[in-house]
Design a protein. Structure first.
Lengths: 107, 154, 251
């Protein structure tokens, strides 16, 4: 199954309003510190970054580390400047990649 | 008859090679890693306490998933804003939790996430301002293990 | 004063005291009826931050399973079950053709018998997602199992394992107190399948029961075994009337 993602962006906002954006991506975030029952170290496999652009301009970037819980939630704020699209891109180990987009109407 | 001094000298000499086999000082390793991670961000600059508010439960239900948020007082204008926020833990196998890059487009210097905190200790939130200054908040949390550990049982 | 004389004096306080006692006990029972006979969901033992994760309908940790469940529902179930399944999850475990089955088994029976499809393995991502989605449709409704829970009750009360503990020793006798660093809840399965922080993922009630049995150093039972289904039934009947919270978040 493809990675599940959820982005929660208010569908509309007033110009200049500060809005909260919540994002969720399904990923086990294997730390690389755990051992299998047989004793081998389970290799690290995590989401490494989340980048959000708003009408093409980067407004948020996060670097993720193994200390984030599985299925990482990341919430942040942005100013509703214009109607348009917010794009979200996650990337991680072993070629992990996920994306989402959300439209916003600014009045 | 051997003097006490001679005995002590001999005993220390005998014990010296054994010191190489003592287990590593985990607390010291973690502390060094945390200091190195913070230095990577701040360099030689001083870190002031204040303006940053790290919100997380003082007693954690389960260290595997600890909701936390960081808010920094800042007007978030082009002239005066938060450039980045970093979160570290004191006792995890590696100290970094998350680093976010912000800017005036953020409107509010805020990030929330769910962290893994391995052990009772300090969690540190560090913010870099647009003027290059660093501010931090440190919170002590108590983390307990689940009563029954399952070790992969499904 | 002699003991017998003192006791006689107390007895003679008589009718006035008795009336006060009756009024007081009426007030108390009214209060406990409001508090559901003193029964409390595991939700109430959690910190407010963990409660907030359960309440977060948009980005709570169980949301991803609900999305998977919705996709599976649309693909496999919606064709027949056009009315949805509101009220279904609150009635399981239940008798199906004379055999006691839980919701997971009932889903698989439908898949095998009617859809001629492969059953989903226990604790598979699909089965957890689908039972979470079905359970979500009954969120807020009171649990109303009706089959006879005698076998499960006997299991719950029986001392077993290397520690010679019964389920009741912790969950009936010591809820609210600590086992190690964890708070002992009353053990009402109000939100299964749950997102358990310890597992960092979803799991069924049977998985949780197996963890407990392992922790008690008692003989464990395979997923889907009748002993576990009977125990599920007893726990649900013990929680009858309490509201379903599926999918819940628990530590």
């Amino acid at each position: 199954m493809a990675a599940r993602v959820v982005v929660n962006v208010p569908p509309s906002a007033k110009r200049g309003e500060v809005i909260e954006i919540r994002t969720l991506v399904g990923h086990p975030m294997e730390t690389g510190f755990r051992h299998a029952q047989t004793g081998e170290l389970i290799p690290r496999d995590i989401v490494r970054s989340l980048v959000c652009t708003y009408n093409g301009e980067e407004i948020f970037r996060a670097d993720l580390h193994p200390a984030l819980a599985a299925n990482p939630l990341i919430s942040f704020a942005t100013v509703a400047v214009d109607s348009g699209t917010l794009e979200f891109k996650w990337s991680g180990d072993n070629g992990f990649s996920a994306s989402a987009s959300a439209a916003i109407k600014v009045v | 008859m051997i003097t006490r001094r001679a005995f002590l000298v001999l005993a220390c000499a005998a014990a010296a090679p054994a010191r190489a086999q003592l287990p590593p000082n985990i607390a010291q390793i973690r502390k060094r890693a945390l200091d190195a991670a913070i230095d990577e961000v701040v360099g030689a600059a001083p870190v002031r306490t204040g303006r940053v508010k790290l919100d997380l439960p003082p007693l954690v239900d389960n260290g595997n998933t600890v909701p936390l948020s960081v808010t920094v007082e800042s007007p978030m204008t082009a002239a005066d804003h938060v450039r980045s926020i970093h979160v570290f833990t004191e006792k995890n196998p590696q100290p970094k939790v998350i680093s976010v890059t912000l800017g005036p487009r953020a409107g509010r210097a805020y990030v929330a996430t769910r962290a893994r905190i391995a052990d009772t200790g300090q969690v540190i939130a560090l913010a870099q301002m647009s003027d290059g200054s660093f501010w931090a908040d440190r919170v002590d949390v108590v983390v307990t293990l689940s009563a029954c550990l399952e070790d992969g049982l499904i | 004063m002699e003991r017998r004389q003192r006791l006689q004096r107390l007895g003679e306080r008589g009718d006035q005291g008795r009336v006060r006692l009756v009024v007081l006990s009426l007030c108390l029972s009214a209060a406990t009826a409001l508090a559901q006979d003193g029964r409390r969901s595991g939700y109430e033992y959690m910190s407010r931050q963990t409660q907030a994760m359960q309440d977060d309908e948009a980005t709570g940790p169980a949301v991803l399973a609900l999305l998977d469940g919705e996709a599976l529902w649309k693909r496999d179930c919606a064709g027949c079950h056009k009315q949805g399944m509101k009220g279904v999850a609150t009635r399981y475990p239940a008798l199906y053709r004379g055999k006691l089955v839980d919701l997971e088994q009932r889903v698989n029976l439908c898949r095998v018998e009617r859809q001629k499809a492969q059953p989903f393995p226990y604790e598979s991502r699909e089965l957890l997602a689908l039972t979470a989605f079905i359970g979500r449709q009954s969120r807020g409704l009171p649990i109303e199992v009706s089959a006879d829970p005698a076998a499960g009750k006997a299991f719950f009360l029986k001392r077993q394992g290397q520690l010679n503990l019964s389920c009741a020793n912790c969950h009936d006798d010591n809820p609210g107190r600590k086992l190690g660093g964890s708070v002992i809840p009353q053990g009402h399965p109000t939100g299964y399948p749950i997102y358990r922080l310890e597992w960092q993922g979803m799991g069924s009630l049977q998985r949780r029961l197996r963890s407990c049995l392992a922790g008690m150093r008692a003989e464990n039972y395979a997923l889907g075994s009748p002993e576990l289904v009977e125990l599920e039934l007893y726990l649900m009947s013990r929680a009858r009337g309490m509201k379903l919270e599926t999918p819940a978040v628990r530590p």
